[in-house]
Design a protein around this ligand. Sequence first.
Ligand code: FAD
Ligand code: FO1
Length: 453
Amino acid sequence: MLKQIVVDERRIRLLQDGANKKGVVVYWMSRDQRAEDNWALLYALQIADKRQLPLMVVFTLLPEFMEATERQYSFMLKGLAETERRLRGYHIPFKLLSGEPKDVLPAFLKESGASTLVADFDPLKIKRIWKRDVAKNITIPFYEVDAHNVVPALHVSDKEEFGAYTIRPKIHRLLPEFLTSFPNLSEPIVKENMREMVDWKAVAESLHIDTSVKESAQFTPGSKAAELKLQEFLIKKIDKYNEKRNDPTEEYQSDISPYLHFGQIAPQRAAFEAFTRIKNSEAKDAFLEELIVRRELSDNFCYFNTKYDSFEGLKDWGKKTLNEHRNDEREFIYSLEEFERARTHEDLWNAAQMQMVKSGKMHGYMRMYWAKKILEWSGSPEEAMNIAIYLNDKYSLDGRDPNGYTGIAWSIGGIHDRAWTERPVYGKIRYMNYNGCKRKFDTELYIRNWSQG
Ligand code: FAD
Ligand code: FO1
C-alpha cells in the first residue's frame, strides 16, 4: 500500500466550499513551480488518491506580468519546462493556459469536469485578486495550501508583526513540528491520460514583454540548477556565511533567491538540509535566520499590510519622520533615467546598479545601501519607493517578491526597524553611506568588478 500522504492541516485553507462530485483534481501551480517538495501538489495528490480520482497540474501564464521582462520570463519558462518533464515522470499531466486566470481557468475546470481546485499560497495582492475572481466563477471546493513557508504564514500569526523580534519566537516554537523533510511525490493511483508536451517555443513567442533586459548569464534556471546551487552553498560556503555574507566582493551568499522566488526549490528543503547537515551552528543559525525568519516575516508583512508597496503602508513613526524632512534640501536629485543608467555621483552606488543590471542579482548588503541612497537622492519618499520597486522588479531575477517589497519598505521607510539618530532627509530612518561601506569591505574592488564597460 502506498505510504498515505497526510499534509498538515495547518497549511490548508478552504477558500470556498463546493459540491462533492467525481472528476479530476486540479493543482493550479503558481508560486511554487516545482514537482518535488511541494505541499500544494502533495495535498492535491492526497485528495486524488483518497477519492480514487485522477490528478493534473495547471499553470496560467500571463503574456505580461507586473512589468516582468525577458530576463524573468525566460528563467521562469525554462524552469516550468523542466517541471513539466519531472511531473511527466510521475504520470502527472501538466497543462499550460495562456491568459488571465479568471478568463481561462473556470472554463477549463468546467470542460475537464474537475472536482476540486488546489492553489498555492501567495501574499501578493495580485494573487489574492486572482483567487477571488476565480472563486466567483467556480462551484467546486477550492483549497489553498502554504507550500512556500516552513511555518504556514497564516498559522504563525494572525496580524502584521512589528519585526523579526516578534515573529522569531512564534516561528521557533513551531519549527520542531514544521521543519521536516517531505514525503516523496508518487504516481497518482488513478492515471489521467497524458497530454502532448507544451510547445515552449511558441509560448515564448506569445509573450508581450520588454526584451531589452536579457536573461542572466549567472543563473541557470530550473530545479536541477537550484539543487546544485544549494549543494554548492552547503558544501563550500555556509561555514563562512556569517562572517562574509555582508562582503559584496566575496561570494558567500547562497544565491538561491531567484530559485526561491519562482518556487523552483522549496525554502523548506534548503532549511531542512542546512538544519540537518551543518555542524557549524553559528553559520547555520545565521542562514536559517535569513531563510526562515526574515523571509517569512516578509510574507507576513505583505499579507497583512496590503499597502506593502507604497509610502502609505509604512508605520506612523516612519511616515511622520519622513514627512518632517520632506522639505529638507536634497544636495543631489536624480531622475529614474539617471538611476537606471547608473549616472549618479557615487561610483559605489553605480556599481551596485550595474551588478543588478548585468547579473540579475545585486548583493544583499548593497541592496540596503542602494535603496537608502535612492531615498536620499529622490524628490520625495514616495518617488524613492516607486523608483526602487521599478528598478528592482525590472532587473532582478528575484524581483516582484514579498522579500523585495519588504526590503524596500525596510530601507526607505524603516519597516521592521527601529528609529535612529535624526538627520536631514532620512529623519530617524537608519542611515547608510559610502564610508560605512568602506569600513566593511574593499569598495574599490567592488567598483572595479561592476563599473561600466
Ligand atoms: P542569502 O543571504 O543566501 O539568504 C538566503 C535566503 O534567505 C534568500 O534567498 C531569501 O529568501 C532569504 N533572505 C535573506 N536575506 C533576506 C532579507 N533581508 N529579507 C527577506 N529574506 C531574506 N529578496 C528577494 O528574494 N527578492 C527581492 O526582490 C529582494 N529585494 C530586496 C531589496 C532591498 C532594498 C533589500 C534591502 C533586500 C531585498 N531582498 C530581496 C532581500 C535579500 O537581500 C535577498 O533575499 C538576498 O540578498 C537574496 O540573495 P541570496 O539568496 O544569495 O541570500
Ligand atoms: N505566476 C503565474 O501564475 N503566472 C505567470 O504568468 C507569472 C509570471 C511571472 C513573471 C515574473 C515573475 O517574477 C513572477 C511571475 N509569476 C507568475 C508569479 C510567480 O509565480 C510568483 O508566485 C510571485 O511573483 C511571487 O510571489
